[in-house]
Every structure is written in C-alpha cells, then in structure tokens.
Design a protein around this ligand. Structure first.
Ligand code: SF4
Length: 102
C-alpha cells in the first residue's frame, strides 16, 4: 500500500479526523464502564490485548467488547495503557445523583 492509498483509506481519514479534534475515535460502553478509544495515540504496545484478550481483540469488530470482561479489570487495563489511547469515559446513561442513595 502506498502512502497515497493509506491517506485515502476510510480508517486513515477517521484517524486524522480524530487527531485534529482530539475527540475519541470511538466510545465503547456497557452498563458499568465506558472506554474511549483515541486511535491516533496508540503506540501498539499490545498491553491491553495481553491483559484482557477477550475484551481487547484487534482481529474482531468492534475490537473492544467491554461486556466480555469484568468492568474493574477493564478499567484497570484502560488505566495501564501507556499512550493514553484508552481512557475511561463517562457513560451516557450515568447519573451522579443516583449514586448518593442509601
Ligand atoms: S495498551 Fe494502549 S497503546 Fe498499547 S495497544 Fe492497547 S491501546 Fe494501544
């Protein structure tokens, strides 16, 4: 693949858009955790894949399945990403007031 081909691919365009705005490329969400994915920051260390291969599998689409693992383990793996490509996000259905109930 030439550099020109690479620049024209949809994946590359998505990556460039993400890089320009620094918004997450994708957000993957379960009832308990939200993972933001910043494709342009990834240094392909493979740490996430080795840590939780059922959740982080680049051979599958989507490559992150937050429902395939324990949410605490997912959060721990996200926090161990060396590049910041993985970030914990805020779940779209979350409500901070409901956390105060006794
Ligand atoms: S741990 Fe972070 S930098 Fe390493 S492959 Fe996963 S997303 Fe990319």
């Amino acid at each position: 693949m030439t550099e020109h081909d690479k620049a024209e691919s949809p994946a590359r365009r998505l990556e460039q858009e993400s890089q320009n705005s620094d918004k997450p490329t994708r957000v993957y969400e379960s009832d308990e955790v939200a993972v933001e994915w910043y494709a342009h920051r990834c240094i392909h260390s493979g740490r996430c894949v080795r840590s939780l291969p059922r959740v982080f599998n680049p051979r599958k689409r989507p490559w992150i399945d937050v429902n395939a693992g324990d949410s605490e383990a997912v959060a721990r793996t996200v926090m161990n990403c060396p590049s910041g490509a993985l970030q914990l996000g805020k779940r779209s259905g979350s409500n901070s007031e409901s956390a105060q109930r006794d």
